[in-house]
Write a protein that binds this ligand. Sequence first.
Ligand code: OFO
Length: 161
Amino acid sequence: MLNEKVEKALNEQIKKEIYSAYLYFSMATYFDSENLKGFANWMKKQAKEELDHAMRIYNYVYEKGGRVELQAIEKPKCKWDSPLAAFEEALAHEKFITDSIYKLYELTQEEKDYATSSMLKWFIDEQVEEESQTEEIVHKIKMLSSSPNGLYMLDRELGQR
Ligand code: OFO
């Protein structure tokens, strides 16, 4: 059986992961509208990863005899002022997710639910990568935006993800 408080918090986290996918799909639509196909490709891949994160928790809840109850997902923003603004928001969002995973981990410790703590370690490690790869792109956009072909070069690079 899954601890009730933990089950509720895992359901909340599933919602946040699905919202992350929704936000990144929305960023992909912005990039596609700007004809930045590589940036859009990167965001679509990221969105799919977020759905995998949601499914990882979903499967765990059932493995532990719990129940998933899907929540309403709010409409994401759909326009940004620049590619930099979109990636800065993606980075801020990843930091928010990291914080949410940490809080979830703390709850499992308080509730002595060590199996869920152990499952969450994968997410703690994953967030290090998620933040670092997004931050790297923020830096690259800042560095390359002053050169005329900079954004185009980065778009090609992100298209290869
Ligand atoms: Fe981008 O992070 Fe999920 O967990």
